[in-house]
Design a protein around this ligand. Structure first.
Ligand code: SF4
Length: 320
């Protein structure tokens, strides 16, 4: 099977506290996954689960404590500090912080065209940029000479997606790309991701806390909890028939009646974050309805059932 991005045993530890009371938090704990060509793979979980740290490690914005990453079968060379290359581009949560308010947005596009030598003349450059803008429903005339504050958040996020497409990347890493966009525009951006996958064969590593858009857009999904992937498989299997008790809690928290409500409202347990990160055994043991004695001392391993990986002692017997 061809893998565009392969992440193996990725680990990130941080020291917290002072000299007298220093603790080590494993924010990303032995995480492994892959993204296939023309696939949308989602890392989902509540705030503080480690998904954004994972994205930063993959992009090279932070250094991993351990683990390997392969893009097209190659590791990042020592010269490449980040993985923002021609083939890998990123889309971030806040489009307003992506662009300097004192610079016109088109200058970013021209800079990328120049840096990657994508056009021979200014006319060619404009044609190339216009083609990318049209993919997101805009044109060069719509934005030439304008500053970031002349656009709405939704338009600016579309512009940042077009900018990511300038180099014709095969992989986009999108960290919470719709969380600061109006609910009414959220689906149009998510639909755009589907079109990029289907029409251009672009793969997307989609990082989100929003299970509703994750269900709509993803081919496969991994649910993260306190630095671990606790369940991973096709989106139908994981979200329609979740096996891990934490995935079940998340799935049941998706609001059914009011689409404006956030599923995360039921799971506001940030104060437990540090305690759960430091917990021995299964990190979900403190609030799992199915907890057993073994869960409090033994870390569950990945169990493979029906093409889904589940990190839970409940399924250890099924595997035997
Ligand atoms: Fe619950 Fe135990 Fe499974 Fe953890 S390993 S999710 S505590 S049953």
């Amino acid at each position: 099977m061809e893998k565009l991005l392969e992440v193996n045993n990725l680990t990130k530890r941080y020291a917290q506290g002072n000299v007298l009371a220093r603790i080590s938090i494993t924010a990303v704990d032995n995480v492994s996954f892959y993204v296939k060509p023309a696939e949308i793979f989602t890392l989902a979980g509540e705030s503080g689960c480690g998904k954004t740290t994972t994205a930063k490690l993959v992009l090279g914005f932070e250094e991993a404590t351990a683990g390997t990453m392969l893009h097209n079968g190659n590791t990042r060379s020592r010269r490449e500090k980040t993985w923002l290359t021609k083939g890998v581009q990123a889309i971030f949560q806040d489009p307003f912080s992506t662009f300097n308010p004192l610079r016109t947005v088109d200058s970013y596009f021209h800079e990328t065209v120049r840096n990657f030598r994508l056009a021979r003349s200014k006319k060619d450059a404009i044609a190339h940029i216009d083609q990318k803008l049209r993919l997101v429903g805009l044109t060069y005339e719509d934005f030439a000479g304008k500053y970031p504050n002349e656009f709405s958040g939704g338009q600016l996020q579309r512009i940042s997606i077009a900018r990511a497409l300038v180099t014709d990347p095969k992989l986009l890493i999108a960290d919470e790309p719709v969380s600061m966009v109006d609910a009414s525009l959220r689906m149009s951006i998510v639909n755009l991701f589907k079109r990029l996958r289907d029409e251009l064969g672009v793969s997307i590593l989609y990082i989100t806390h929003d299970l509703a858009t994750a269900y709509y857009v993803s081919d496969r999904i991994a649910i993260m909890f306190r630095g671990n992937i606790v369940e991973m498989g096709t989106v139908e299997r994981v979200l329609m028939n979740p096996r891990h008790p934490y995935s079940q809690l998340l799935r049941d928290s998706i609001p059914q009646a009011d689409p404006k409500k956030r599923w995360a409202t039921k799971v506001t347990l940030a104060e437990l974050e540090q305690e759960e990160y430091l917990r021995q055994g299964c990190k979900f043991a403190g609030r799992c309805p199915d907890v057993m004695d073994v869960c409090k001392s033994v870390v569950p391993t990945d169990i493979h059932i029906d093409d889904v990986f589940v990190k839970c002692h409940l399924y250890a017997e099924e595997k035997k």
